[in-house]
Design a protein. Structure first.
Lengths: 216, 202
């Protein structure tokens, strides 16, 4: 009996009409997008590592207090948003759509908080005189011959990540607003994207912030 | 019908084993050849070859294990067992499990920040941070993104592809140490030093 079933499955596996991966086409598409986006971010991070190592000097300008504490809070916010997203997905799977919407709104709140905190950080650095292609004059006193590429690496990587968070908040907004029309699978796919944004920050945070803590 | 399928699978596995063997031989040849200098390039080539060998070997080894080749069972029963198992469908982790994972991620972040406060040697620091980050990423992918509970085929499509591609990115990384030495001596980030020159021209 079991053998007959296995034979049928083997015959039909790639013959059409079945789902070889046992996931919906949306979910598979999101996974493929996440793979390509992983490569985008890793290309940027490898480039950053390359430029940093091949430069004569590299500034390490973030004081532990307040910059690193501030970015740790941002990490905490993003990690918590992932947890609320997990709850949203499991609520959607239990067909509790109102509950799912509430959790998605909490996720969006954390995401928006992250963007606001990050923009404050940017504002602080820009007011110090950091631009994508120029370091502040005071930094050059501390790190003579430091590469001006610090600015482009910082704004490029964190900017692209922030854009992803922004897109994610928009995406979740659409899902939350029209949750009646969306299935649990749609909520899960949006969750995949959100967790990916969180995952990228798990690499951006140590490489950009923790590796650039000002000696104290 | 099934007999021909089993034959196909066998032939496919033989091809994969052969590919794994070739990759392994290249790694061994790199290690024992005269041109081996023990530099980062050699180490990297060996690592990539061993990685490729492992990746090629995963699928045949799993097939062999499922078919009871390591415990002398018969073929068809094994094939049936896999599919029975997969028919059960995916069931995810509980909320409690996810909260524990979240706590673990927070704890690892706290360790990272503590390391940044202590300020170790940059190389050691980078190694520890990257190891912790990979563990965190794996936790997020497995539990939050639910990949642990998906079908094995999907995992095998996503994870090895990414690992190989990321290693290929890494090939350029050792070059950055050389790039610094190859550069002609010049002042970087100090536009002031250029100013006297332009004044002299005037």
């Amino acid at each position: 009996m079991a053998e007959a079933k296995a034979e049928m499955l083997l015959a039909n596996e790639w013959g059409g009409g079945t789902l070889p991966y046992r996931v919906s086409h949306r979910k598979l598409g999101m996974w493929l997008f996440i793979m390509s986006d992983t490569l985008t971010f890793s290309a940027l991070l490898v480039t950053y590592a390359y430029v940093r190592l091949s430069s004569a000097a590299w500034p390490t300008p973030f004081p532990f207090v307040p910059s690193v504490i501030f970015s740790t809070v941002m990490t905490l916010v993003l990690l918590s948003s992932s947890l609320t997203m997990v709850f949203a997905v499991s609520a959607a799977k239990r067909r509790q759509k109102k509950m799912a919407r509430r959790w998605i709104l909490a996720t969006m709140f954390f995401g928006a908080t992250f963007i606001v905190l990050h923009l404050m950080e940017w504002n602080h650095l820009i007011s110090e005189g950091l631009t994508p292609f120029k370091l502040p004059g005071e930094w050059l006193k501390d790190w003579p011959r430091a590469s001006p590429l610090f600015g482009s690496a910082f704004f490029g990587i964190t900017g692209l990540h922030m854009f992803h968070v922004f897109t994610g908040v928009m995406y979740l907004g659409v899902i939350a607003a029209r949750i009646r029309k969306f299935t649990a699978d749609d909520v899960e796919v949006s969750g995949l994207y959100w967790h990916f944004v969180d995952l990228v920050w798990m690499f951006v945070f140590p490489l950009i912030y923790l590796m650039s803590v000002k000696p104290h | 019908m099934e007999q021909s399928k089993v034959k196909q699978v066998k032939r496919m596995n033989q091809a994969l084993i052969a590919a794994a063997g070739i990759a392994f031989l290249v790694a061994v040849w790199t290690a024992v050849s005269d041109q081996m200098k023990g530099g980062t390039d050699d180490l990297f080539l060996i690592l990539v070859c061993l990685l490729l060998a492992a990746l090629f070997a995963i699928s045949p080894l799993k097939w062999a294990k499922d078919n009871g080749m390591f415990s002398a069972g018969d073929d068809e029963a094994g094939v049936a067992i896999i599919h029975e198992h997969e028919l059960e469908g995916a069931h995810g982790g509980s909320d409690r499990e996810n909260v524990i994972v979240w706590g673990g991620l927070l704890a690892m972040t706290a360790i990272e920040v503590l390391l940044a406060y202590v300020q170790l040697h940059p190389g050691l620091m980078l190694t520890i941070l990257m190891l912790l980050s990979v563990v965190k990423a794996a936790l997020i992918i497995a539990y939050f993104m639910h990949l642990k509970f998906e079908r094995f085929t999907l995992i095998m499509t996503i994870v090895p592809t990414l690992i190989v591609l990321l290693c290929l990115f890494g090939i350029f990384y050792p070059d950055s140490r050389r790039a610094h030495d190859l550069r002609p001596p010049m002042e970087i980030g100090q536009p002031q030093s250029e100013q006297p020159q332009s004044e002299g021209e005037r």
